[in-house]
Design a protein around this ligand. Structure first.
Ligand code: HEC
Ligand code: HEC
Length: 400
């Protein structure tokens, strides 16, 4: 609570105290005038003395009572008005800072981004009509890409945008056609739905944030444009989707079974016995672009794709192409993959970081923070840059 609000609270409380005190006094009938009246009523003084004394106290009794009452009311009013003004300036501070954002449904996107930071899952709706894939929509996608994605993924889609250097996890090179996050088997190109899902949900722990500010149509258009960076999408069709079996056993049994699958499938070689990302091979791994890569520490790190059972199922079944994270769909029955996904999900530490907005903010990775600096439509330009995080919003009350 800010110093100013404490001040206004003091005004309000002293106002209320004054008023209550006066009301009690009235009930006890002990103002000087009341006492005088009582004495007159009991004939302790005669009429002339009464009039004389009444003139002497000059009505100061009742006047004093009223003065205190008025003072109390004034204090109360000032206190309340103070709070009203305070909340007004908060709103306009956010408002002017964001300018056009108010019209563009900024508050909604802002709220979504805050929720995401706190660890809330982003639901993706793949139903409903989608735009045709043709020259017009690809061109529209190109415009969106050049405005929103180029800083990281680069003009040519090769992942060499100007921001790439400062990021720990490098942006995807779309020219290779290798996609980590698919619902299709390893080696297959992803489906449009997969790309759309990544754009909508973002990749936790990396600078690839969810694109809340793009409309459905825009997300499809930019999906179509990404596909033009490689020949693969023109030459091949995605293989059939790997579907997760229904969960029929109680979760606790599934998790117990999953613990055994984790041993049998030797996930520990990379992820470690306790899932802390410290297996024997953890230090020697590289991705297909020759960059060192570490297996996930399940207990403390965010899961890029998400830590729900269905997210982990897809990761384990399809593998993360371009990385040493293998596909298990040929080596393990689907029920075993489901079990190990349930086990890993049960020990996932990052899931939901359900803490206040401020704490969610603190637990962001450097890459996530770098992603925040990139203009997201509907979000204040370079959110972190313009002091919104430390100056405006944080103590302006929005974050609480
Ligand atoms: C601030 C940097 C940044 C911006 C801006 C950005 N991305 Fe990314 N993106 C990344 C990084 C980093 C990764 C790789 C994460 C990984 O490999 O774990 C990525 C990965 C992806 C992937 C995942 C591909 C796969 O392997 O499955 C897609 C799809 C994607 N980005 C699309 C987009 C689109 C579309 C835009 C613009 C609307 C965009 N990105 C803007 C940083 C960014
Ligand atoms: C050869 C080493 C290796 C083995 C074996 C391995 N992984 Fe991985 N795994 C990785 C690497 C490396 C990553 C990080 C990939 C990245 O960040 O892009 C990863 C990432 C993951 C993720 C995180 C996905 C996300 O969304 O962030 C999960 C879950 C996972 N592995 C589960 C498993 C399970 C379960 C097994 C056993 C069936 C397994 N892994 C076996 C290397 C391995």
């Amino acid at each position: 609570m800010g110093f100013i609000s404490i001040f206004f609270w003091i005004l309000i409380i002293s106002g209320v105290v004054l008023i209550v005190k006066e009301l009690i006094k009235r009930n006890y009938n002990n103002s000087p005038l009341d006492i005088l009246k009582n004495r007159y009523a009991r004939s302790e003084i005669d009429k002339d003395t009464f009039k004389q004394m009444k003139r002497d106290i000059g009505g100061s009794g009742p006047m004093k009572v009223r003065r205190n009452l008025i003072a109390g009311l004034v204090l109360l009013a000032f206190g309340l008005a103070g709070f009203a003004v305070l909340s007004q300036t908060r709103m306009s501070r956010v408002g002017t800072m964001s300018g056009s954002m108010m019209g563009g449904g900024m508050m909604g996107e802002m709220r979504q981004m805050m929720g995401w930071m706190r660890g809330e899952e982003v639901e993706v709706d793949l139903s409903g009509p989608r735009p045709m894939e043709n020259a017009r929509t690809v061109a529209a996608g190109r415009e969106i890409y050049e405005e929103r994605c180029v800083a990281c993924h680069g003009e040519k889609g090769d992942g060499k945008g100007e921001k790439a250097d400062e990021l720990n996890t490098k942006p995807r090179d779309f020219t290779s056609g290798l996609y980590k996050f698919r619902s299709t088997p390893s080696g297959s190109i992803p489906r449009d739905d997969d790309i759309y899902t990544t754009i909508s949900r973002g990749l936790r722990g990396t600078s690839m944030l969810p694109w809340f500010g793009l409309t459905k149509e825009e997300k499809w258009e930019v999906t179509y444009y990404l596909k033009t960076f490689t020949e693969w999408f023109a030459e091949e069709k995605p293989e059939p989707v790997i579907v997760m079996p229904k969960i029929t056993t109680p979760l606790s049994e599934l998790v117990k079974k999953g613990r055994q699958v984790y041993e049998r499938a030797e996930c520990f070689n990379c992820h470690g016995k306790q899932g802390r990302g410290d297996g024997d091979r953890a230090d020697e791994l590289e991705d297909d672009w020759g960059r060192p890569i570490r297996p996930r520490d399940f207990t403390s790190e965010a899961f890029k794709r998400g830590a729900r059972i269905q997210d982990i199922f897809l990761t384990v079944a399809t593998g993360l192409d371009g990385t040493p994270m293998p596909s298990s769909v040929d080596g393990l029955p689907a029920d075993d993959i489901l079990a190990v996904a349930a086990y890993v999900s049960s020990i996932a530490g990052n899931r939901p970081r359900r803490r206040g907005g401020m704490m969610g903010m603190m637990s962001m990775t450097d890459d996530e923070r770098a992603g925040m600096m990139i203009d997201h439509p509907g979000m204040p330009t370079g959110m972190m840059d313009n002091g919104m995080m430390n100056g405006g919003m944080m103590d302006g009350g929005m974050m609480r």
